[in-house]
Design a protein around this ligand. Structure first.
Ligand SMILES: Nc1nc2c(ncn2[C@@H]2O[C@H](COP(=O)(O)OP(=O)(O)OP(=O)(O)O)[C@@H](O)[C@H]2O)c(=O)[nH]1
Ligand SMILES: [Mg+2]
Length: 311
């Protein structure tokens, strides 16, 4: 899938986070509860891995509750990590303050204020969460990636500071399945991917666990055994997405699928379980190791004397 994956300004965000994290006590990483594995940024893990971490599975209201429970158990089993599910627009500050204090018990009071970094992929709800915690519109929000452009400090209490950060992706995608899921979720700018490809991938996944939701929302008969293109075509016909000559407008149909998924119109859906994601990750890591080995071999052929730097 051709996704223009890592816009230039994200290099700057990476640098800013690397600097900021030196003076941070707790890292809150927002994950998208509909894709908790694919929305976890390995680059952030690398930058912030040594700090206690609160994982927030945000947009819980759009996700499948049974799967959210599996993911919370998965993250809560990791060391120095707590995980909670959340609908950021309705967050209250008390549980957050408690969770941060439990993760960094030695911080507090004017001499040692709690310093919390809020980070995550674009459009996951970082600024929405901060606004809900502070009880006002301190941080700018919007329904597209790239709203926050600069880091911003917000004072939650005299001894409790939050930093909002711009959304950030990572330079190279390892889990092949993740790109398309992130695009479906709204984390990637709309000009950076092909909506028809992403909608077809989405339908291919939904046809397993959520076929009934697709059939119900678009008033289709059984989609069992249909090709993904045939499902998209049926959706286009149902929605009257036609072009001249009565042919289906696949672009319009794809946009309808993505809109219904993002808005929750299809119902509460999660695009991966911890087990599924674990298998995709292992596959991606194997492929990545092979890629590195090939690159190393190529390099050694060109310049046998060079040191092996595994770049
Ligand atoms: N349904 C639902 N929508 C949410 C939730 N949290 C945030 N949103 C919506 O998601 C969109 C993005 O929210 P922002 O807070 O701007 O996201 P951000 O992570 O700050 O995004 P960038 O600054 O672009 O990285 C907005 O339209 C929010 O209203 C949630 O828990 N549930
Ligand atoms: Mg923001």
């Amino acid at each position: 899938m051709a996704i223009q994956w890592f816009p230039g300004h994200m290099h700057l965000t990476r640098k800013a986070i690397a600097e900021r994290v030196k003076d941070i006590d707790v890292v809150i990483e927002l994950l998208d509860a509909r894709l908790p594995g694919s929305s976890a940024n390995p680059m952030l893990a690398e930058l912030t891995g040594h700090r206690p971490s609160l994982k927030v599975l945000n947009k819980e209201d759009l996700a499948d509750p049974a799967r959210t429970a599996l993911w919370l158990a998965h993250y809560n089993a990791l060391p120095d990590t707590r995980a909670i599910g959340l609908d950021a627009s309705h967050a209250t500050s008390a549980p957050f303050i408690d969770a941060c204090r439990a993760l960094a018990p030695l911080r507090g009071g004017m001499a040692k204020p709690m310093r919390v970094l809020v980070c995550g992929i674009p459009n996951v709800g970082k600024s929405t969460l901060i606004n809900a915690l502070v009880g006002g519109r301190k941080a700018k929000t919007g329904d597209e990636p790239g709203i926050t452009r600069l880091e911003q400090r917000i004072v939650l209490a005299d001894d409790f500071y939050l930093w909002d950060t711009p959304g950030v992706l990572w330079p190279r995608i390892i889990v092949a399945q993740s790109g398309s899921k992130l695009a479906a979720s709204g984390a990637i700018g709309r000009n950076a991917f092909d909506e028809q490809e992403v909608a077809l991938d989405l339908l291919a996944y939904l046809a397993g666990p959520y076929a009934g939701l697709v059939e119900a929302r678009f008033q289709l008969g059984s989609i069992e055994g249909l090709k993904d293109e045939e499902v998209l075509e049926a959706i286009g016909r149902r929605r009257g997405a036609l072009q001249s000559g009565g042919r289906i407008n696949f672009q319009k149909a794809a946009e309808a699928v993505l809109h219904e998924f993002r808005s929750g119109g299809l119902g509460r859906i999660t695009l991966e379980t911890p087990t599924e994601f674990g298998a995709w990750l292992a596959e991606g890591q194997t492929r990545d190791a092979e890629r590195r080995a090939r690159k190393r071999a190529r390099k050694n052929r060109q310049d046998p004397a060079s040191e092996d730097d595994d770049a």
